[in-house]
Design a protein around this ligand. Structure first.
Ligand code: HEM
Ligand SMILES: *[C@@H]1O[C@H](CO)[C@@H](O)[C@H](O)[C@H]1NC(C)=O
Ligand SMILES: *[C@@H]1O[C@H](CO)[C@@H](O)[C@H](O)[C@H]1NC(C)=O
Ligand SMILES: *[C@@H]1O[C@H](CO)[C@@H](O)[C@H](O)[C@H]1NC(C)=O
Length: 499
């Protein structure tokens, strides 16, 4: 078995220090010389393992016990989401500790190329999965316990007929997240783990995802760089960038500072994972931009179309925020993490509540993080850690010329938070879908807003005429459903979920 050596060594180091698992750096022969993560210039650097360990010690955070995907953001190269049911819990429980736990990648491990495994593995369970394991403690989150299918209408999804059938219900017990630099590595890890787990679990559905090729790496399928603005987490982020939100660890991790909800003790340092398979109609989106350029004497039609797209997102494709560069892209600004998040939507001599010449109120990044629109200091309750990744092929020539999607592509959206009601669910329902947020007439988010299939009327997209509204007859992002999961700490897997 290919994993045997590293698995035994890692497991030995885990089990010898189970109360406070510690990764023994240097104890294992480096498995890679090339990172499994992508690192576009525009993204803030991850802390080094040394930097993270120093700030974590100050905050009392144990980064060896937190699963690796939670705090690193949208940086995976290739990723497979493997959804399963537990077919035989009595058989699965010892395998969870014996075969899965030794392969679970911690936060510390991911921070240094020399400690990254060939394929990183994380795991999370739905409410029905925990129940199957006889874990009946309430985690204090009713959206998690109800499951995402029950939340469908609140999220604005048109109907269950658009959902991947396997998500429509409560049949999925858990998800394994495999991440690496190549699909071959992932496939090897899947084959090995499947043979170790035997019939204890059954695969229900899987989604293969990956960073887009070449210079598009880090860009989502509409073409915009994604993953620039994730919050800095006290106890993890060593050097917050200017304009980056700084959140208490309890915003993301259960029972840490900032999480006021009562939880069972074993849930500490776990987090809720909201998974969504969001289909993106890319040729349709591009055709819409081409048909509706912003008309301004200074712009060519193509520049007018690019400007409309940038205003719908709130950033240019390079990542440059329209708030700082309202009329043309500024790739140098987009690529500079010290500057590309340093804005608040306020400007001198500017009426914040009415002036949309820089950034529309409806722009995706303004709907999901209104910055100074809700006052200063910024609202702290509604931040999420985004860790999604694109899935599906590049747009083909025939799709581009016909303006019609023929092969599904989109975003495998992942958000981590300590409260679904304050995090993903809130951002989608209360902000993105709400036409009167942040002001009456703002309209729904033109990227992710969803009104149960009804057309969306969006304000503020035309900088030359703030009274003009734009009617979007198509949802360019269509929910194919998903599930709410709990991603436990490594020690909770050892002490509570397995035998
Ligand atoms: C296919 C669907 C989606 C696309 C194409 C998309 C695209 C983007 C892009 C291009 C950015 C700007 C880059 C960045 O700041 O990292 C962004 C930021 C963001 N998105 Fe999305 N997104 C999608 C779904 C969602 C969903 C479902 C949510 C939450 C309900 C969400 C919440 C956010 C947040 C919170 C930010 C950062 C805002 C900031 O801090 O300024 N996104 N998204
Ligand atoms: C779950 O609890 C029931 C009732 O106590 C017991 O019969 C069953 O063996 C338990 N299953 C597991 C996997 O622990
Ligand atoms: C167009 O260019 C002129 C001259 O440079 C400038 O005064 C005007 O503000 C520009 N229009 C817009 C909408 O930026
Ligand atoms: C961020 O922007 C403010 C003013 O808007 C400026 O004073 C400050 O120097 C900027 N910070 C960085 C790191 O560029």
């Amino acid at each position: 078995m290919r994993f045997s050596i590293s698995a035994v060594v890692l497991f030995a180091s885990l089990s010898s220090t189970l109360a406070t698992p510690k990764h023994k750096r240097g104890a294992v022969k480096p498995r890679r010389t090339r990172s499994l993560l992508i690192n576009p210039d525009a993204f803030p650097d991850l802390p080094t393992a040394q930097e993270a360990s120093a700030v974590a010690a100050d905050a009392g955070l144990n980064l060896d016990d937190i699963q690796g995907d939670v705090l690193i953001g949208m940086k995976k190269n290739r990723e497979l989401f493997y959804f399963f049911t537990i077919a035989n819990a009595a058989d699965f429980k010892p395998k969870l500790s014996g075969s899965i736990l030794p392969l679970i990648t911690s936060t510390t491990q991911l921070l240094d190329v020399s400690t990254q495994p060939e394929t990183a593995l994380n795991i999370a369970f739905s409410q029905t999965g925990l129940t199957a394991l006889n874990v009946t403690d309430s985690l204090g989150d009713s959206l998690f316990s109800g499951g995402q299918f029950k939340d469908l209408a609140n999220l604005g999804d048109p109907s269950a007929t658009q959902w991947v059938p396997e998500f429509a219900g409560t049949g999925i017990h858990g998800v394994l997240l495999f991440a690496s630099d190549t699909d071959d590595h992932i496939n090897t890890a899947v084959t090995n783990l499947e043979s170790a787990l035997g019939d204890s679990i059954t695969k229900v559905y899987s989604l293969q995802a990956g960073a887009r090729p070449g210079a598009e790496a880090g860009h989502e399928h509409f073409g915009f760089l994604d993953g620039i603005s994730n919050p800095a987490v006290t106890g993890f982020t060593a050097n917050p960038m200017a304009g980056q939100a700084v959140v208490a660890p309890g915003t993301i991790l259960l029972s840490e500072t900032g999480d006021a909800t009562t939880r069972p003790s074993w849930a500490k340092d776990g987090t809720f994972l909201a998974f969504r398979q969001l289909k993106q109609l890319v040729p349709e989106f591009n055709a819409f931009l081409t048909a509706n350029p912003i008309v301004d004497g200074n712009l060519t039609a193509e520049q007018g179309s690019d400007l409309l797209g940038a205003r719908m997102v709130g950033r240019w494709k390079s990542g440059a925020p329209v708030d700082l560069s309202p009329l043309v892209d500024d790739p140098a600004l987009g690529a500079d993490p010290t500057r590309n998040n340093n804005f608040t939507f306020t400007h001198s001599g500017f009426t914040l509540s009415s002036d949309q010449t820089h950034c529309p109120f409806s722009a995706h990044i303004r709907k999901t993080r209104p910055r100074s629109d809700l006052g200063t200091p910024e609202d702290a309750a509604h931040h999420i850690m985004r860790a999604g990744i694109p899935y599906g092929p590049e747009v083909s020539d025939s799709e581009a010329s016909s303006g019609t999607t023929s092969t599904e592509r989109g975003l495998a959206f992942v958000a981590y938070q300590s409260s679904l009601a304050n995090g993903f669910h809130f951002l989608q329902q209360i902000w993105a879908n709400n036409a009167n947020f942040v002001h009456a007439g703002t309209g729904a988010d033109p990227i992710i807003g969803a009104l149960a299939g009804a057309q969306r009327v969006v304000g503020g997209l035309d900088p030359t005429n703030s009274a003009k509204t734009t009617t979007l007859t198509t949802d360019f992002v269509v929910s194919r459903g998903g599930e709410y999961f709990f991603a436990p700490s490594l020690s909770a897997i050892a002490s509570k979920l397995s035998v």
